[in-house]
Design a protein around this ligand. Structure first.
Ligand code: ZN
Length: 399
């Protein structure tokens, strides 16, 4: 029997606040948002009713940069980080994820990344991928960057191409511009974003390569989504300039920012967003991603490996909470960073908004604490009142 879900009396954020409404989900889509909705299908459809008084109903989160296949290895093979499980994502509200490869494009390749993306899709969420890794020349599946973007459904762009980092392939301006040009044309021809997801390292060269491409070629700022923009104060200043010129910048969330703030000048996400808004930069020019399962290696000033942490997908909702509770940023603005903004720059069609006709990806957050209560992906209830309902193939139910 097919299944409908009726959410009663939620504070609906599309992400714009739309008042207290019922939300009806049917056939994997948002069927209606309104008052006192009826869900009478004459017994032909099972209806799950969820009472959501006081809760916020928000679009399912989009994580635009996650190492679903694991990443890392900067300290040797035993420091390769593990793959993401379905639970790692849905228990943190993520219903759409864009997978990427990082430093190691040899031990992990596009075939494995796409296989992992298909696995998560089979398990119930929506997945996409960037082709390539840190490296130029880009290691593709089909042998051609253009072909990967045009012909592989899940591939929406290229990345994360590393610049300004001792772990990058030290691409020249010409090499970097060519990758952006290929991604742009392939995106155009296939109706995709063809985005270049750029990993920014710590070096004083900051986002110079991106700025040169925008200023010296015909490629616009909107072709790039630079990430880790908040990794240090000087880099963040440069990225704010890029955002002023029409670029979108991607903050990397950090679950352990209290510790990192003490040893670095990493910019706390909520403070960075506050600055962006205070500068009058439009609120659709930022996204927040988790870098989940990615390695967070620590190097000394000579580039010697010191140790390694791991990115956590839980940081997305934590950053939203800090935006609201610490910086007083309205929930509807903060939410854009993990819903409508990534959907729009990545051209994800029916994702990122609570609106009839869009995919039925939705989270319910508790009233005051903004804790995750319920997660629905493509109309299927994955997490109900804090309890995981759908498990990945190798996750133990009830564990
Ligand atoms: Zn990165």
């Amino acid at each position: 029997m097919s299944m409908a879900t009726l959410i009663r009396q939620a504070n609906v954020y599309q992400p714009e606040y739309a008042g207290v409404k019922d939300v009806l989900l049917l056939g994997g889509k948002i069927a209606a948002i309104g008052e006192n909705l009826k869900a009478d299908f004459g017994g032909c459809v099972d209806v799950l009713e969820i009472q959501a008084e006081g809760m916020a109903a928000v679009p399912g989160f989009i994580d635009s940069h996650e190492h679903i296949l694991g990443g890392g290895g900067e300290g040797g093979f035993h420091t390769r980080t593990p793959e993401a499980s379905l639970g790692d994502l849905i228990l943190n509200g993520i219903t759409t994820v864009i997978g990427c490869i990082g430093t190691d494009g040899v031990g992990r390749d596009m075939a494995a990344l796409l296989a992992k993306a298909h696995a998560l899709e089979n398990e119930g969420i929506t997945t996409y991928a960037y082709t390539g890794s840190y490296q130029i020349p880009v290691q593709t599946l089909t042998g051609s960057l253009r072909k990967d973007i045009m012909m592989l459904d899940k591939v929406i762009g290229v990345g994360e191409i590393a610049i300004s980092d001792h772990r990058s392939s030290q691409p020249t301006f010409e090499e970097f511009a060519r990758v952006a040009a290929d991604a742009r044309v392939a995106g155009m021809l296939s109706g995709k974003a063809g985005i270049v997801n750029v990993h920014l390292g710590d070096s004083p060269r900051k986002i110079d390569l991106i700025q040169r491409v925008i200023h010296e070629t015909e490629i616009p700022a909107s072709q790039f989504l630079p990430t880790h923009v908040n990794r240090n104060a000087a880099l963040f200043d440069a990225c704010l300039e890029f955002a002023k010129e029409g670029g979108t910048i991607d903050f990397t969330g950090n679950e352990d920012i209290d510790a990192w703030e003490a040893i670095s000048d990493e910019v706390r996400v909520c403070k960075g967003i506050r600055r962006l808004l205070d500068l009058g930069i439009p609120s659709d020019r930022f996204t927040i991603s988790s870098d989940g399962q990615g390695s967070l290696p620590v190097f000394d000033e000579n580039g010697n490996y010191q140790g390694l942490g791991i990115g956590k997908a839980s940081c997305l909702l934590k950053e939203i909470r800090e935006c609201v509770q610490t910086e007083g940023i309205p929930l509807e603005i903060a939410l854009k960073g993990i819903t409508s903004n990534p959907a729009s720059i990545l051209k994800l069609g029916a994702k990122g908004r609570l609106q009839p006709g869009f995919d039925a990806d939705l989270c319910l957050l508790t009233a005051d604490t903004l804790a995750l209560d319920t997660v629905i992906a493509k109309g299927r209830c994955m997490v109900l009142h804090g309890k995981q309902k759908v498990f990945g193939t190798f996750e133990a139910a009830g564990a």
